[in-house]
Design a protein around this ligand. Structure first.
Ligand code: IMP
Length: 208
């Protein structure tokens, strides 16, 4: 398949999630790209109204490309738990939504991890605890062209949460072949094996 190449220069990272922006910057560092985040440009964050990771990534990437006149890269990602029929999936961030922070709604990842654990516990002690993270990357240009790449990492969920690194559900996710959670692994190690790294490898092979 022919992919459009991404020329060196400015690229908008269409995310307002500081954890993701940090990881994406690190992954793009070797390619002569100058990442600038949607937040820094004051671009609005569109509602994630899609029902698939690809739809949501595409919505975010096009909104930033149109708003900035620059190519834009968006990531939509989430945790899919086998025993919960793939939930929370595209609703991963919504499961963390809370009103408990001063100054308006916020996200409480500890609560979200507890919700997943609660549902697994309801299914009994022998429940399959396997899960995977998905990352879908959408790269959009101001003329409407887009490229989509998907990555995954398989693992299982542990309880209680362990580790202080990373973000989101990292403290409960143990990638296959390791005993540490993503939040206990050195960021370099997580970057080498994560769903985001897998999607990035595909993007890099296609567009650079
Ligand atoms: P969205 O893509 O902004 O809808 O958010 C997806 C959510 O999935 C994130 O906010 C995280 O909580 C979770 N997630 C995605 N990637 C990771 C990861 O690498 N580690 C932990 N949680 C993640």
């Amino acid at each position: 398949m022919n992919h459009r190449k991404l020329e060196p220069g400015r690229l908008v990272i269409a995310s307002h999630n500081a954890g993701k922006v940090r990881e994406i910057r690190a992954l793009l560092a070797p390619f002569g790209i100058e990442p600038v985040s949607a937040g820094e440009l004051g671009l609005p964050e569109p509602d994630e109204t899609g029902t698939s990771f690809a739809e949501n990534a595409s919505l975010k990437a096009h909104a930033s490309a149109q708003g900035s006149g620059l190519p834009a890269l968006a990531d939509d990602s989430g945790l899919c738990v086998a025993a919960l029929d793939g939930a929370p999936g595209v609703y991963t961030a919504d499961w963390a939504e809370t009103q408990m922070f001063e100054g308006g709604p916020g996200r409480d990842w500890y609560m979200a991890m507890g919700k997943v654990e609660g549902k697994l516990a309801e299914l009994g002690p022998d429940t399959d605890r396997s899960a995977y993270f998905v990352c879908t990357l959408a790269l959009a240009w101001p003329d409407g062209h887009q490229e989509i790449f998907e990555g995954r990492v398989q693992g299982s969920l542990t309880w209680p949460p362990r580790g202080l690194l990373g973000f989101g559900y990292d403290p409960v996710f143990v990638p296959d072949g390791r005993s540490e959670t993503f939040a206990e692994l050195d960021p370099q190690e997580k970057h080498a094996m994560s769903h985001r790294a897998d999607a990035f490898r595909k993007l890099v092979a296609a567009v650079f």
